[in-house]
Design a protein around this ligand. Sequence first.
Ligand code: FAD
Length: 377
Amino acid sequence: MTPTSQSYDLAVVGGGVCGLAHALAAARRGKRVVVVDRDAQPNGASIRNFGFVTVTGQQAGDCWRRAKRSLDVWIEIAGAAKIPIVQRGLLMIARRPEARAVLEAFLETEMSAECRFVEPRELKDYGSGLQSDEFVGALYSPHEVRVESREAIPQFAAWLGERFGVTFLCETAVRAASPPKLETSRGPVEAEAIIVCPGDDFMTLHADRLAQYGLTRCKLHMMRVRPERFEARLPAIMSDLGMIRYLGYAELPASQALRVRLEAEQRDHIDAGVHLIAVRSADGTLVVGDSHHYAATPDPFAPTRIDDLILDEYAHVFAGSRPQVVERWTGTYASAPDRLMLVDRPCERLRIVLITSGTGASTSFAIAEEVIAELYG
Ligand SMILES: Cc1cc2nc3c(=O)[nH]c(=O)nc-3n(C[C@H](O)[C@H](O)[C@H](O)COP(=O)(O)OP(=O)(O)OC[C@H]3O[C@@H](n4cnc5c(N)ncnc54)[C@H](O)[C@@H]3O)c2cc1C
């Protein structure tokens, strides 16, 4: 579709989950919305991620609260837009006593509501796919859901068009965004208000404003593997390394002892920012990751050494021989030294919203509701 002479209440730059969440929140208020993206179809972090909507483990406070609200919205729109929820729940596995202590400390917090400790003997209930004999326990959280992002995000966008009449201008690069006008590669677009959700591109629009946040980018390695044994009853799986990365655990004092032990035993994993998330797809494969490398312009190379570190942790958690890797990719997201997200307000009718951490699939809906509520009162 090409720009038209029509004017909109709101233009959203960026058709990733953050932009679409803002389009939804505004459309629900009856606003006429246009979403503009330079790509032909979603291609950024939002389709490269795990599709793992994580509540348990998010940083206490705003992030956890936003994840809980966003989960509710995901479930609503999954029903309405017929987006399959392919997996539910999380099993956070403790391989070491220090990790068990972190989980026990987590269970003392308000964030553990409805979560429970799983003793080693009960782990057999999850089937033979895990190295259950090697674990000292686990935390089960019922909150998480997983969608297949590469299908869910386009489906969500299509539904926004059908249900709310949101207009999508694809293959359209935005060169300038100042209300009431966007300058695009296909001509001007008029909108009373503008929200810029550019993902990890903080150089094209309002780079001068964004410079103050000290932003950089984070590159992650991801794989799709076909496990030897597929256990359909398994929830999403994480393990010890995740407890020093996910702030809901890592900020507990109990995580210090775990960190010391992991630094001694898994130094290479920590240096590469490797931890294990394994989520299931409908076809019996698992999406497995990830790693974290920070740079203003991350290089495009994906050394197999990093994938091997991820698969090494996988082998400590999953039973069976090394899985067949059927797909590999990398993704990048914006990162800030001191915050998980930011909302910048250059003028009354303009907002720039960036998720500056790996939490956008889990928190964008709540962030968008807050931004739209503040914008429209
Ligand atoms: C590998 C990986 C794993 C992750 N795992 C998780 C997870 O398990 N759980 C979780 O919650 N989060 C996860 N995340 C983070 C999450 O995916 C991101 O926080 C989220 O997708 C960011 O969404 P976004 O819409 O801001 O960015 P994007 O999805 O990158 O979308 C930005 C869009 O803006 C467009 N754009 C930018 N500038 C312009 C312009 N000038 N003109 C036109 N279009 C423009 C781009 O084309 C792009 O489509 C992960 C991220 C990665 C990379």
